[in-house]
Design a protein around this ligand. Structure first.
Ligand code: PLP
Length: 363
């Protein structure tokens, strides 16, 4: 369906499954014989309600969630969750713990500080966000309202593999850049949230998975639109939802399920990541990975070249070879290859081959 297909390493918005885009294209003008597009339909229609319910159901099933969770479709991006979490869940006399392992965790922390009392339980900023804190480097407070962490730091390319033990405190995770990329014990989390535009859909919808007891504890003096309870009571249909984005998420969730679910996503993603990390490791120091080996992300692979001129040349030549989106985030520079679920393994094989050649010619 595409005239020229590139290998898309963008960090988000990012590559979507070709089959999902093809289905959306086929249905765009006439959704299931209704004579109109899903873009033109009421969010109160039975067609849209079915999509909304199926997306919630699929998310629960992929994550293996018990009935004590709700899946909410909200707007404002993961960034608005940075504020809504402390607004709803951090009482005036309480404290929230933040484990900071990169730029996004730092942003979440800064927002929470504007709202209530926070304890920085760990922060790896001093080491330039290359590694993860060890168990004894994490200083939780006695009775935190919640503990917040970022499972995958998109900018630095640092990912938790085994999560830290936070005891009985409610654990809240920003999973924007690794949600549904690997199996996990989702029932360990009080809340998981993610902007959809990396692993599960287009920009415009934020998925929030939250335990019912946490929803019930939410502050009651907030404006309606800022409460989780409002979205839960109304099945995410309190006001007009980002209907097309939810429709796309629902298709992507179906695609993940069809392709073997989280176990097979994890195998696919690990194989892809190995291709690129191996090219870094065999380059004899030409490529230097940003993340410490044990903290390497399976989603965003970050590395530097000997100098910035070579990095520019790398990005330009890669682009000429049909590989796009490889420039690192402006705050850290270098190269970043984002290799979300939908990216085909061939893209990573192509990139690792290009890396070998480039190192040979320019090393
Ligand atoms: N958290 C993480 C881990 C991210 O990668 C991003 C990326 O954009 C955000 C939060 C911010 O998300 P949004 O742009 O949806 O507010």
């Amino acid at each position: 369906i595409r005239m020229s297909k590139v290998h898309n390493f963008n960090a988000g918005p990012s590559v979507l499954p070709q089959a999902v885009l093809a289905q959306a294209q086929a249905e765009l003008l006439d959704y299931q014989g209704r004579g109109m597009s899903i873009l033109e339909m009421s969010h109160r229609s039975k067609e849209y309600e079915a999509i909304n319910a199926q997306a919630e159901e699929r998310m629960k099933s992929l994550l293996g969630l018990s009935d004590s969770y709700r899946v909410l479709f909200m707007q404002g991006g993961a960034s608005s969750q940075f504020a809504l979490i402390p607004l709803n869940l951090l009482p005036a006399d309480g404290v929230a713990d933040y484990i900071v392992t990169g730029s996004w965790g730092e942003k979440a922390l800064e927002e929470a500080k504007r709202i209530g009392n926070v304890n920085v339980a760990a922060n790896t900023a001093e080491g330039n966000f290359r590694s993860l804190p060890s168990a004894d480097e994490i200083k939780l407070s006695a009775n935190p309202a919640y503990v917040h962490l970022t499972t995958n730091e998109t900018i630095q390319g640092v990912q938790w593999s085994a999560l830290p033990d936070v005891g009985t405190a409610p654990l809240i995770a920003d999973m924007s850049s690794d949600i549904l990329s690997r199996p996990l014990d989702a029932n360990r989390f009080a809340m998981i949230y993610a902007g959809a535009q990396k692993n599960i859909g287009p920009a415009g919808v934020t998925v929030v998975v939250v335990r019912e007891n946490l929803i019930a504890q939410g502050r009651k003096d907030l404006p309606m639109i800022m409460r989780y309870s409002t979205f839960a009571k109304n099945n995410s249909l309190y006001n007009t939802p980002p209907a097309f984005a939810v429709y796309m998420v629902n298709l992507v969730l179906g695609w993940i399920a069809e392709h073997g679910g989280l176990e097979s996503m994890a195998i696919r993603n690990a194989d892809k990541a190995t291709q690129i990390y191996a090219a870094i490791d065999r380059s004899g120091g030409f490529y230097r990975g940003h993340a410490a080996a044990e903290a390497r992300s399976q989603m965003n692979i970050t590395f530097r070249l000997p100098d910035e001129a070579l990095e520019k040349k790398f990005v330009a030549e890669a682009q000429a070879h049909g590989m796009v989106g490889l420039a690192g985030h402006r705050s850290v520079g270098g190269i970043r290859a984002s290799i979300y679920n939908a990216l085909e393994p061939e893209a990573c094989i192509a990139l690792s081959g290009f890396m070998d050649e480039f190192a040979q010619k320019n090393g």
